[in-house]
Ligand binder design. Structure first.
Ligand SMILES: [Zn+2]
Length: 178
């Protein structure tokens, strides 16, 4: 596991320098080696597989701050205790994953709208039947039954989708359709 796993920066080198300079000044960030507040320092970048993902360049870069007092080169992640990644504008990659998934779902749903409306109506009737039966037997609250079912069923459905994508069955099926 790298120090920047799941992290992504959307700005440029210049933008990162600007926000780092501001944060270092505002927060009185200290050099992890000599312990002095950064006064004179430089910020540098170099392509590196274990570095921070720069969305703009489609590349990972190692980012480090050189203290001109003691010459220590601190990797950016070593300053995360003093500056939170979110303060710098570093996002979490999963934001992109979620966005892609939502876009895909929107597209898929519009494609299968008619089928889905029918399926959803059937599911709604099924759900209503189960709820009525459970409530009739146990006399419990409808919200409680629905909450339980929705959470459980959603987890199972998405678990199945995730498993299928893992074993590559989705890919095999699309190939056999060609
Ligand atoms: Zn230093």
């Amino acid at each position: 596991m790298g120090h920047y796993d799941g992290m992504v920066y959307e700005g440029s080198f210049r933008e990162l320098r600007i926000s780092l300079n501001r944060l270092i000044y505002d927060k009185g960030v200290k050099c992890p080696s000599c312990g002095k507040e950064y006064d004179s320092y430089s910020i540098e970048f170099e392509e590196h597989d274990g570095g921070l993902m720069f969305d703009k360049y489609g590349q990972k870069y190692w980012v480090w701050i050189t203290c001109h007092n003691c010459k220590y080169q601190a990797a950016l992640w070593k300053l995360f205790r003093q500056i939170k990644p979110s303060e710098i504008g570093i996002g979490i990659l999963y934001v992109n994953v979620e966005k892609d998934w939502r876009d895909y779902i929107d597209e898929e749903f519009s494609r299968m709208k008619g089928d889905l409306d029918n399926a959803i109506a059937r599911f709604a009737r099924g759900l209503k039947g189960i709820e009525d039966r459970v409530i009739g037997i146990f006399g419990c609250d409808v919200e409680q039954v629905r909450g339980y079912l929705v959470a459980k069923v959603a987890r199972e459905i998405f678990g199945t989708i995730a498993d299928l994508s893992l074993v590559g069955m989705v890919e095999d099926e699309s190939r056999s359709n060609q």
